[in-house]
Design a protein around this ligand. Structure first.
Ligand SMILES: Cc1cc2nc3c(=O)[nH]c(=O)nc-3n(C[C@H](O)[C@H](O)[C@H](O)COP(=O)(O)OP(=O)(O)OC[C@H]3O[C@@H](n4cnc5c(N)ncnc54)[C@H](O)[C@@H]3O)c2cc1C
Length: 395
């Protein structure tokens, strides 16, 4: 077996978010032992929804997790974009059988972050090759050439074959490998809230992913957890920031941006009492994600804005690719990591860049917004599918 070729030291993983867990699972499936450290006291994800394109399911199928992820998910019949000032339909892309066939049998789904995270976690817990530890922060690491060691917050030093840094946007390992300072604050803020199905007014409930494009704003809603919950995300431009992910968002600030939009938007926004706020950041794409026996993965390697709904998709694709490259070069991990980086950096860079473009496009004002509505609304279904094939069709 690939993992038992004379080296029983584990792969060390820092970070038990979606990227870290799926990397642990993918490596263990190839027969490699893994020791994962998560700094939080418990494994978990924030209470919000996540969209999953066909490309993530292509990756999940390779590691046997597609059906488990789909079991909790909702399959929206369509993705729809509407103008938030007029209510007019801009475009509607059906996500039914034609869409699934176009992308090699893979669907588009939406799910609760906690659900997909717990599916990844259960897969790791069920594999004896994986050791999971919480309340363990990787403080520093050394690459000794024939292996690595990490020092944890409790002072312990742990040895391994290699370190996979899945420690997110603010990765400390990235600081050493790439050294590009703090993430770029985009000037956009996301407010998110989740409603129970019964709290959504009947005439506003839609099974689709609906995006309301407004001037310097957009608002997205869709059902979660087999339709039992409803996810709302309101995004707007602001120079008002608080560091961190889970701060409470001020309602006054929200209304300053959404006042005057159509009643389908404002009535839905009124349903949320407490918004959670996300300050949206990304980084410039780079291609040096690896150094010797250390590799970056997911947001640590290529943090992106959420406008293409692909950060977790890219992390999952990374994990599958990394495990395949490691299995192909089990005795030369620096070469395996370089091959992984080579296979991934242009695809993820394209998503990083295009996510920014989509953000501008959703938030367009005046004539630019008119032009957007005309250009997007004028496409046939085939043209719309062709336009996104680079993303949904790849892996
Ligand atoms: C508003 C918003 C909407 C989004 N919507 C979508 C979507 O619809 N679809 C999609 O695919 N993506 C979406 N994303 C992106 C997606 O959430 C991220 O890209 C993805 O969660 C990144 O996973 P990760 O594991 O790389 O990093 P993270 O989720 O950040 O996980 C990093 C983990 O590492 C831990 N950690 C950090 N430092 C250390 C350390 N030193 N030692 C040990 N542990 C450490 C952290 O506690 C954390 O658990 C969205 C993002 C935002 C902000």
């Amino acid at each position: 077996m690939a993992g038992s070729n004379g080296n029983s030291a584990p792969f060390l993983i820092s970070g038990g978010g979606l990227g870290g867990l799926v990397a642990a699972h993918a490596l263990a499936l190839k027969g490699f032992p893994v020791h994962l450290f998560e700094q939080a006291a418990e494994f978990g994800e924030v209470g919000a929804g996540i969209q999953l394109g066909p490309n993530i399911f292509r990756a999940l199928e390779k590691v046997g997790l597609k059906e488990a992820v789909l079991a909790d998910a909702h399959l929206p019949p369509a993705q729809e974009m509407r103008n938030a000032l007029t209510g007019d339909l801009v475009t509607n892309m059906p996500l039914g059988q034609k869409f699934i066939d176009r992308f090699g049998g893979q669907p588009y789904a939406v799910t609760h972050r906690a659900d997909i995270h717990s599916t990844y976690l259960k897969a790791c817990e069920a594999n004896k090759l994986i050791t999971l530890e919480t309340s363990r922060r990787v403080e520093s690491y050394e690459d000794h050439g024939d292996g690595v060691s990490v020092t944890l917050n409790n002072g312990e030093t742990v040895k391994g074959r290699a370190l996979i840094a899945c420690d997110g946007m603010w990765s400390k390992v990235r600081e050493r490998i790439v050294g590009d300072g703090k993430p770029r604050v985009s000037g956009h803020i996301a407010y998110r809230g989740v409603l129970k199905r019964e709290d959504v007014p009947e005439d506003l409930w839609r099974p689709d992913v609906v995006l309301w494009a407004g001037p310097r704003t957009h608002f997205v809603h869709y059902p979660l957890r087999r339709g039992e919950l409803y996810n709302l995300v309101a995004v707007f431009h602001s120079d008002h920031y608080e560091e961190g992910w889970d701060a409470e968002g001020s309602k006054e600030l929200l209304w300053k941006h959404f006042d005057g939009q159509v009643s389908q938007v404002t009535r839905m926004l009124e349903r949320i009492n407490t918004w959670k706020m996300w300050v949206l950041c990304d980084r410039e794409p780079v291609k040096n994600w690896t150094q010797g026996n250390v590799a970056l993965l997911g947001d640590a390697a290529h943090p992106m804005l959420q406008y293409l709904a692909q950060g977790a998709g890219m992390a999952t694709e990374d994990a599958v690719e990394l495990a395949e490259r490691v299995a192909a070069h089990p005795n030369d991990l620096p070469a395996a990591f370089k091959a992984y980086q080579q296979a991934r950096y242009l695809r993820t860079a394209r998503v990083q860049i295009m996510a920014r473009v989509y953000g501008e496009f959703y938030h367009a004002r005046g004539v630019t917004a008119e032009l957007r509505d005309m250009a997007v609304g004028g496409r046939s279904e085939e043209q719309a599918l062709d336009g996104i094939a680079w993303l949904y069709g790849g892996s």
